[in-house]
Design a protein. Structure first.
Length: 154
């Protein structure tokens, strides 16, 4: 089974005094520490368990700059077989653009390895729930996510 897990680097905001930047539109990010999205971490763990049970490969994919490679290195250390960082260039990264970029990469991986399952995408974020549906429609693949209460296919 060939599994792709989409992961994301997010700011660690617990016990941090957040400050608004000069544009008054964002939080100042220069003093924040970043980690892998907690739900993506669970998705990597589940993918690795599936890989061990059913044999296959796990590929972690993220969209971002060089700083985002830290998340991919963590995925490899956890047991992922491959890691792909997609440089977004000058694209504005809204939900639709992210879904299109990921779909194109996933289609390419599907051609190379016979993709069977896409796992994850950061469950608690509403805009990512939208991305999950868009990604499935654009890529034409099944996405899977699990929560402590069970499993769902969309």
């Amino acid at each position: 089974m060939n599994i792709i897990v989409c992961v994301k680097r997010v700011p660690l905001t617990q016990e941090v005094d957040l400050e608004i930047d000069a544009s008054k539109r964002n939080v100042r990010s220069d003093m924040l520490a970043y980690v892998m999205n907690e739900w993506d971490n669970y998705a990597i763990e589940e993918a690795i368990l599936l890989k061990e049970k059913l044999e296959g490969t796990v590929t972690a994919v993220t969209i971002g700059g060089e700083d985002d490679e830290e998340v991919l290195r963590r995925c490899l250390a956890m047991g992922a077989d491959k890691a792909i960082r997609i440089d977004p260039g000058s694209h504005e990264l809204d939900a639709f653009t992210i879904s299109r970029i990921l779909a194109e990469v996933i289609k390419g991986l599907e051609d190379d390895a016979g993709l069977e399952l896409v796992v994850g995408l950061g469950l608690p974020c509403l805009h990512q729930l939208c991305e999950r549906g868009k990604l499935a429609r654009v890529a034409g693949v099944w996405t899977h996510f699990s929560v402590n209460t069970g499993h769902a296919l969309i």
